[in-house]
Write a protein of this length. Structure first.
Length: 123
């Protein structure tokens, strides 16, 4: 597991859905996070040591690199959330559509944790 000194910054963009969301979550290597919504309003917070460990484990998953190298097919869902996850130089994009093939499982796990820890998703 990487140390906090070697944990790359993580950025998550969530767009779409019926309500037309546009949220950005930025997480720095110390565990400080900032959420910016489509109106530009910001919320900030700090992860606990346990939360930092959980994110570090997910961010170190080697599967992220292979998920970053794929080109997803057009989504089968019309009102799905679309995510762009950037971990260091790895960039993964996908639609949250269970009907879509080849879902990026490692990225989805990290996205779920980031949204939960930032207060944007239920447990």
């Amino acid at each position: 597991m990487p140390s906090a000194d070697h944990w790359p910054p993580i950025t998550l963009q969530r767009t779409g859905g019926f309500a037309g969301l546009k949220d950005t979550v930025f997480l720095d290597p110390r565990g400080a996070w900032t959420v910016t919504d489509r109106a530009g309003a910001q919320t900030t917070g700090e992860l606990t040591a346990v939360q930092v460990a959980a994110v570090m484990t997910l961010a170190a998953d080697p599967q992220l690199a292979s998920e970053a190298g794929r080109t997803p097919a057009p989504s089968r869902c019309t009102d799905a959330y679309h995510y762009i996850l950037t971990v260091g130089t790895a960039r993964i994009s996908y639609a949250d559509c269970p009907a879509d093939p080849d879902q990026p499982v490692a990225s989805m796990a990290l996205v779920r944790q980031l949204l939960y820890f930032a207060g944007l998703a239920p447990a």
